[in-house]
Ligand binder design. Sequence first.
Ligand code: C2E
Ligand code: CA
Ligand code: CA
Length: 503
Amino acid sequence: MKKTNYYALKLAFTYFFFATLWILFSDRVVTALATNLEMHELGQAFKGHFFVVVTSMMLWSLARKNNLALERASDIDSVTGLHSPSVFMRHVDTLLAPRDQQTSYVLVIIDIDGFTSLTNKLGFERTNHLLSDMAHAIEVSTLLDKLTSRVHADRFACLVALDGASDMALYIDRLHRECHRHLQRYEQQATCSIGVALFGPDGYDAATLMTAATRALNEAKKRKNTVTYHDMHLTEQAQKRRQLVSALRVAINNKEIEVVFQPQYRLTSGELSGLEVLARWTHETYGVVPPSTFITLAEEQGFCEDLTALVLEKAANQLRDSDLLGTVIQRVSVNISAVEFNSQSAIRRIDDYLKLNPEFARYLCLEITETAALDDILECARVVDILKRHGVAFSIDDFGVGYTSLGMFNRINVDEIKIDRSFIQSMETDSRAKAITAGIIDITKRLEINVVAEGVETATQLALLKSFGCEYVQGYYLGYPSTLSELKVAMPVRKVNANIDNS
Ligand code: C2E
Ligand code: CA
Ligand code: CA
């Protein structure tokens, strides 16, 4: 039954019930209460007025209660369960009232492209399911209570809070992909467009931000399936980023990512002990893209598994061809990203690779960052044990910058730690960095874990590390990352001790 009918019927029934009781019993009540004839006549005369007063009050209270219930019901969109635009705007304004916010807020409007033809294809009921699904997806990804709304048939608005460190473009791209994924479950060709406005530069209240985001959305709708920021500069940046992502995908598929090798030396003997494999990408239009950029993109986009497979393949092939493996070089370190290390499918792929390449696996050392290891220490220990069955070694990279717990060494069976280069580089001027470096070397030696100092750039740093008893060193002072052929040329003449002596 419709809510309005229900409320009207409830009102009529209550009135009917009360009036019937009144007709049946009011005379009896007056007779029972009146002690003489005069009082009886007075009671009869005012009985009608009393009835009117009581029923008026009753009707007022019922009507008010019902109106409030109807109002509450109209605050909720019956299709999606989201709050109505008016509630949304009110909440946005309340949240944004203090202007000196630390959090950066963005107002996002998401609109389905070609909604009319989509509705024709899907029909009324399936379209409603789709809208409800999209609403849920958007609501989950914004995480702010009551700050998602369906503002028009196929148009959603949401307010998103980003802390300073969050990458806005990355977040919006993820939201776009998530909405796209939901749309595709209903119709393969369906897309959506997004308009974005920023609290501050684009406005300070709900109405202004909505206008700015709608303007941005109108631009996005011209091209369809795009994200547009109200600030054109941000749109350009986001576009460049997306182009770089596609170029990276192509580069990985076409095996255009190259590898270079940075030497590691045993400090006590001065001999070359191993190589770290580092990925390099030079794009014909974008030029040299630094690893800090493309590794981060690969991590965000889920390309890391393919990238690691490519790096392993290239490094193994080049080393095999050079005849260095097992002779001059006893260890090859490859970086594994934290994202990969925490993904079951990625680990399975590395496991398969090691199974198929036992000759390379025995020289391999997998470097994982300290933060990856600390994410879920028990799971990490399990993965390390699985992969170690193939004879690979494990190294904790960038050691000292995460929230290290020494208890980690009890749980994870690591072979090596690499002291983060920030400690090595400030050792000469910062006595704390010096003490920490010496302390890390001391502890790891007692635990019989190899220690590598990375980022060694000066003879003084090298001498200090030697005095602390550091076993292995790596850094520009000893050798830049280079191709194997370049390394081969430098190898016979480069020895760590010679470098110390020369300084
Ligand atoms: P990382 O694993 O800490 O690698 C060492 C980085 O320090 C390299 O930067 C190297 O060129 C640089 N480096 C070496 N010696 C010195 C020095 O004396 N001074 C200074 N300032 N820097 C030095 P690169 O090649 O730019 O790589 C940056 C990061 O990108 C790496 O840090 C690693 O986390 C990541 N990376 C590189 N290749 C790969 C890869 O194949 N897979 C993954 N997952 N990550 C990679
Ligand atoms: Ca590394
Ligand atoms: Ca490192």
